[in-house]
Write a protein that binds this ligand. Structure first.
Ligand code: VGL
Ligand code: ZN
Length: 198
């Protein structure tokens, strides 16, 4: 059965020196490049926020980065400004083998809603179109890698499993933010949804 590798948000701002740096984020780029040849398709996602995005702490008066607020779609962590559309930090890591990818999916481009998952925005209803793309190509087995393990990778993997795909996360090719135990919670959520962690 055709298999896809989905590389989540391997972008400058999530690597050391970036605006929302994940420890060791740059260490996974070479291993991800090496994995790409083993798949029938490679999809890259790109976190892609407008300046006025509601997930940026500095767009909320007095709010601290990494605090949580209640949005109409549920709780939302407020992040340092990151992956602003067209900015250097929004680019893929310069060593990522982007030319191998069949598809680049951008997400988080609507000001009023964040999108951790590559399948649904954070209201868990608004679709990105990725499910249709994968199904039309018969790509029903998906392996996830990238950043960050406990946010965009985990949310994407859980949604993919709920949508009926056969899903694995290659944990060695991910790195976590680990905010208040979010890594352990993400692992529990993924296992509960039927995701295989390898
Ligand atoms: C991510 C927080 C905010 C991620 C994106 O890629 O995991 N995390 N935006
Ligand atoms: Zn983001």
């Amino acid at each position: 059965m055709p298999r896809a590798l989905i590389v989540i948000d391997a972008q400058v701002d999530f690597c050391p020196g970036g605006r929302l740096a994940v420890d060791g984020g740059d260490e996974i780029i070479a291993p991800i490049n090496d994995l790409m040849a083993d798949y029938d398709a490679v999809v890259l996602t790109q976190d892609w926020h407008p300046e006025d995005h509601s997930s940026f702490a500095d767009n909320h008066d007095g709010a601290e980065p990494f605090s949580t607020i209640e949005m109409d779609y549920g709780p939302q962590v407020l992040w340092p400004r990151h992956c602003v559309i067209g900015s250097p930090g929004a680019r893929f890591h310069p060593a990522l083998a982007v030319d191998v990818a069949d598809m680049v999916l951008r997400k988080g481009y609507r000001p009023d809603i964040d999108s951790y998952s590559a399948f649904f925005e954070n209201d868990h209803r608004t679709r990105t179109g990725l499910e249709g793309y994968l199904r039309e190509r018969g790509l029903l087995q998906i392996d996830f890698v990238g950043l960050a393990h406990d946010f965009c990778v985990a949310w994407s993997a859980v949604d993919a499993a709920k949508l009926g795909f056969s899903v694995r996360v290659i944990e060695g090719a991910t790195r976590a933010i680990d905010l208040n135990g979010s890594k352990k919670a993400a692992q529990d959520n993924m296992r509960a949804a039927g995701v295989t962690l390898i």
